[in-house]
Design a protein around this ligand. Sequence first.
Ligand code: BES
Ligand code: MN
Ligand code: ZN
Length: 486
Amino acid sequence: MDFKTQLHGAPGLAGLSTDALVVLVAAQQVPADLEPALAAALEAAAKAGDFEFKAGKTLYAHRVEGVKAARVVFAAAGDANPKSLAKAAAAAVAQIKGGGAKQISVALVGGANWTGARAEALVGAVSDAVYVYRETKPSAPPASALAAVRVVCDKADAAEAGAGLKRGMAIADGVALARRCANLPGNHCTPSFLAAQAQQLAKDHGLKVEVLERKDCAKLGMGSFLAVTQGSDEPPKFIVARWMGGAKNQAPIVLVGKGITFDSGGISLKPGAEMDEMKFDMGGAASVLGTLRAVAEMKAKVNLIGIIPSCENLPSGTAIKPGDVVTSLSGQTIEILNTDAEGRLILCDALTYAERFKPALLVDIATLTGACVIALGAHRSGLFSNDDELAAELLAAGDAALDPAWRMPLDEEYDEALKSNFADMANVGSRAGGAITAAKFLQRYTAKQRWAHLDIAGTAWKSGAAKGSTGRPVPLLTHFVLGHAR
Ligand code: BES
Ligand code: MN
Ligand code: ZN
């Protein structure tokens, strides 16, 4: 989808040539700056009880007298804060995406101007609204005819709005890549598929990609990562993708994404209900690929390295068993008390591997614990960090990107739960505080680093009727990384 600014010219909104005119109304009544033909239509609808000035409420009108565009959609946008504006834009597009409109113009009325943040929010909302999964569903509804969006703005706002649109489009492309990878079922989206996606990014966007095979990982001593994959016939891949847009001497940001392409639980088998959703267990990996794509598309002057340990977690005659002890790349040994706590087992080796890049900071992203879903639900990702400044930056990036997180604790008291009689640590504690003990486990592998961990178990996908990947936290991560660009 293509987004551009369009200057608010002499013919005004009523005279605009467009397939559909979307009017975002940032006011509690018919705004004074709205042209008479449009104001009359809105006034009449509000009087008749067909429109409310409440964020997300819409009115579709066909062939409004005195308006050139055949289709007009009004959408209430509250006070035009990016979140309300996104809600309004999503509701407006829902009204037209199934129709014949190919090109739409979006105006903001009620005294608010287009800013970068508002423009970016618009792109995110529209891109989300027209997304359809079709890869393995030939009967999916046809793609929306909608291909171009023009943002009607004043000359003074055009540069900022244009930059917001550009950022929004890069993020939307990253989100789309993450959604596609995560929505694909486990028999399509394998570790090899993720590696191929990374190679494709290398080709299209100038990334450098290296893929370590099982034997390479064995040589290095990744006993923990290899333990998880040993029950599966699907070859594991350890993917390293680099975007080196910054200065040579600039220490890189390293993102580590959990890439379990299917998590059955292994010998500690999960219950059958909703087990299909464990195809989304590579959501962290998908968000790393999506962020790399967005950052490369922006040609950001920053050094960014994505590391993706990827494999399946399956039960078999060769699978790990509860009680098995393995040696991680760091040299620390781990007693695997529950084979379903596999995410931390692949991440710990990747976090240790990351040290060789001497990162400025390290962020891992993982659909790590059901406990995090219980704690925070589907709205905010769980954030853990050993560095207050880094935590604050990530929280701010999430707020700005409408992809919010919430900080969780890492007190040393929680570490007790990981004690083992047979290894340096166990891979699980008790049920209580499960998201925190998982983070405490990872912290044992990042002592020398500025590190943060995002538990996205609740935010990476939606369950129920709208089941599917969200592409989160690509917006948060992209904002964060762009904030480090020089
Ligand atoms: N991939 C799951 C986490 C998960 C569960 C994400 C449900 C989304 C929804 C992870 O590998 C896992 O199984 N974690 C266990 C940890 C437990 C065994 C300590 C969990 O959360 O139950
Ligand atoms: Mn698991
Ligand atoms: Zn898992």
